[in-house]
Write a protein that binds this ligand. Structure first.
Ligand SMILES: O=C(O)CCC(=O)C1=CC=C[C@@H](O)[C@@H]1C(=O)O
Ligand SMILES: [Mg+2]
Length: 332
């Protein structure tokens, strides 16, 4: 016997979370729970405002339609894979299905790359205490491109000089012109550059980012590009990794395809958050342990929220909203 429930959640965010010039006051999304005989599985469908093209209402309609088909006996992974245009729905349904069918291993990699912001002294203490990854490397992530490029260069230099075993991932979200990117690099000594694991999308265009990598010796990673029409994974000089945000990318099958392509091309694949709740983040951490065991995932976004949802994230002090506190908005 099959049963399904859909829940809608709205989690208050910390004041001041701004995404692509838009203040995000709450993170809104859906949880889907499936039952079949004595088994159950959860999935999260949470289109990210400013990034996802689908709205939450569209996602909810599509999810309910798909679940109705599943209840009639259709395979959910086949139905989910058909939602190419609604990646958040494809991802959430495919994860619920994978949990139900016990295909998603339970071991999780919750040791993600910390997102660095705020007071430098606090940052040194936090990064100094950071455990190493499988290769013993300490990896943290710093956003750049929000203020002056020269300031970013100085800040990165300060961190790398203060912590000799630190490796940094940087993320510019395509915000630099070639001149600004060059100004940044001028303030990072060549000897320090190899400890920049990569910088995600430094420039406005892919071509400019490639030129930046070649000119500076600083490796780059594709993030936004991975979700653009016609993108194909290829090894390229200066390219170190692709970033995969499953909520923005699609079904588990689609994500696995991209990860396999990256690995075949000799690139790292980094699973990263689209600011999911603690339930979604836990599932991403399980995906990371399973499919990208050599890459520390980018999942340090729970602190942007004021509570956890259904499943706890290790060591998080945030209060938990439990399953019993959720009211289904749809059941069949
Ligand atoms: O990749 C990570 O380590 C965390 C996720 C992260 O940085 C982001 C998630 C979602 C939207 C963006 O603001 C941001 C990004 O720019 O990649
Ligand atoms: Mg980014």
């Amino acid at each position: 016997m099959r049963r399904a429930s859909v829940y809608r959640y709205s989690l208050p965010m910390e004041a001041g979370v701004v995404l692509r010039n838009q203040r995000l006051k709450s993170r809104d999304g859906l949880l889907v729970q499936l039952w079949q005989d004595d088994k159950t599985g959860w999935g999260e469908i949470a289109p990210l405002p400013g990034f996802s093209l689908e709205s939450l209402d569209q996602a909810q309609q599509a999810a309910q339609h798909a679940l109705a088909q599943w209840l009639q006996g259709a395979s959910l992974s086949a139905v989910a894979s058909a939602f190419g245009a609604l990646p958040s729905v494809a991802f959430g349904l495919s994860m619920a299905d994978a949990e139900l069918r016990e295909q998603l291993p339970t071991e999780a990699n919750t040791r993600s790359a910390p997102l660095c912001h705020g007071d430098p002294d606090e940052l040194y203490t936090r990064l100094g205490a950071l455990p190493g990854d499988v290769e013993g490397q300490k990896v943290a992530k710093v956003k750049v491109g929000l203020y002056e490029a020269v300031g970013d260069g100085l800040n990165v230099t300060m961190l790398l000089e203060a912590l000799p075993d630190l490796h940094l991932r940087l993320d510019a979200n395509r915000s630099w012109t070639p001149a600004k990117a060059a100004a940044f690099a001028r303030y990072v000594a060549p000897a320090l550059r190899s400890r920049i694991v990569f910088i995600e999308e430094p420039c406005n265009t892919r071509e400019q980012s490639r030129e930046f990598a070649l000119a500076t010796g600083i490796a780059i990673a594709w993030d936004e590009s991975v979700r653009e029409k016609g993108f194909e994974v290829h090894a390229e000089p200066g390219l170190a990794a692709i970033i995969i945000k499953p909520t923005l990318t699609g079904s588990l099958t689609r994500c696995r395809e991209l990860i396999a392509q990256a690995h075949r091309a000799g690139l790292a694949a980094v699973i990263s958050s689209s600011i999911e709740s603690s339930l979604g983040l836990n599932q991403l951490a399980r995906m990371a342990a399973w499919l990208t065991p050599d890459a520390v995932p980018g999942l340090d976004t729970l602190d942007l929220m004021q509570s956890q949802l259904v499943r706890r994230w290790p060591d998080s002090p945030l209060p938990l909203i439990t399953e019993e506190q959720l009211e289904p908005i749809w059941q069949a």
